[in-house]
Design a protein around this ligand. Structure first.
Ligand code: ATP
Length: 328
């Protein structure tokens, strides 16, 4: 649905030039919630802005539902933007207009007839649970409620794609959770494709189907969340499961075990002790609910040598979990 192909963008010239995007390629499937995560300055905002053509890449292209947005301008671009809703960190609502009027603005931009705007705005507000606040001003609402209005406004033009620029960064943890749940519900109900940028792993963990990690303009790793958490050495997985940096222990090998889905409920470590008679110690463990499913990682110290570690990894793999030796 969204295809970012070899996109590069540089700001400035000469020694002061900043490479904000360096050969970035990302594919977001229809209906998927895709998170781009990274530190400040990684290039996330610039990337998001290339998708609705607020930013032009120096090279590469972006297509949305098969349309090359990098090649559009004028009315064609404005029409295309109606298919792409945008949610902002600071909501960007107009303070001296009512909640309903804020949503109506978005409808006006699409050319909707005046008589249809208010009923449609109320429908949108109903979708986000705020129809009863239609005639209040944004200043009378909480941060979470304002973001709900921001979402209603973004959806008013009936977009296929929702771009979210740190939509929950200004909100407290509980409100963040409710906004993320709303985005996930709307994505599922409306078949919306969501591309969100965030610096918070919590956001990735809660709603993303897939994610990309960016660092200084480059994508360091990307993939489905299930796949990333089973990839040895994945930085996304290391942040999702905070079991710490591994340390060598004399006479032991260090093995990480990752459980997803059904394997999360199986007593695989007890089985290991029975099969090999090994006195395995647990150095760390993290259990998380990732996109609604339970997943976990356990770090083991296995007494023995490389050969023992290999046998343990093979046995764990045969039991349907993902295991690998760290610091091998
Ligand atoms: N219009 C611009 N002119 C010059 N430099 C820019 C411009 N926009 C972005 N940059 C630079 O490009 C790099 C990437 O910025 P970008 O805002 O995309 O990162 P980010 O990951 O979204 O960061 P943050 O989370 O802080 O918003 C930064 O070094 C930034 O200073």
């Amino acid at each position: 649905m969204i295809s970012i192909e070899h996109v590069s963008r540089r700001f400035g010239d000469g020694p002061d030039a900043v490479v904000a995007l360096d050969d970035v390629s990302i594919d977001v499937a229809k209906g998927q919630i895709f998170g781009v995560v990274g530190q400040s300055g990684a290039g996330k905002s610039t990337l998001l802005r290339t998708v609705n053509a607020l930013e032009r890449p120096d090279s590469g292209r972006v297509t949305v539902d098969g349309v090359d947005v990098t090649a559009l301008s004028g009315q064609a671009l404005r029409n295309e933007r109606h298919k792409i809703g945008m949610v902002f960190q600071h909501f960007n609502l107009v303070g001296n207009r009512t909640v309903a009027q804020n949503v109506e603005f978005a409808l006006e931009a699409t050319g909707a007839a005046e008589k249809d705007r208010r009923p449609k705005a109320l429908d949108m507000l109903d979708l986000v649970g705020l129809a009863h606040r239609a005639d209040d001003r944004p200043g009378q609402l909480s941060g979470g409620q304002r973001q709900r209005v921001g979402i209603a406004r973004a959806l008013a033009s009936g977009p296929d794609v929702l771009l979210s620029d740190e939509a929950t960064s200004a909100l407290d943890p509980e409100t963040t959770r409710s906004i993320l749940e709303l985005i996930r519900r709307l994505s599922r109900e409306l078949g919306l494709t969501v591309l969100l940028i965030t610096h918070e792993m919590e956001v990735v963990k809660r709603i993303c189907d897939a994610a990309a990690l960016m660092e200084t303009g480059r994508v360091i790793e990307q993939g489905g969340l299930d796949e990333l958490i089973r990839t040895p050495g994945s930085q996304v997985a290391a942040e999702l499961f905070p079991v710490g940096e591994p340390h060598r222990i004399p006479g032991h090998r260090i093995v990480d075990v990752t459980y997803t889905g059904l394997s999360a409920d199986r007593p695989v470590i007890a089985q290991l002790a029975r099969d090999f008679g090994l006195d395995v110690s647990i150095l760390g463990a993290a259990l998380e609910t990732i996109n609604g499913h339970q997943a976990g990682r356990t770090r083991l110290a296995v007494p023995g040598d490389e050969h023992t570690a290999r046998q343990v990894v093979d046995s764990l793999t045969a039991q349907g979990v993902t295991a690998w030796e760290v610091l091998a």
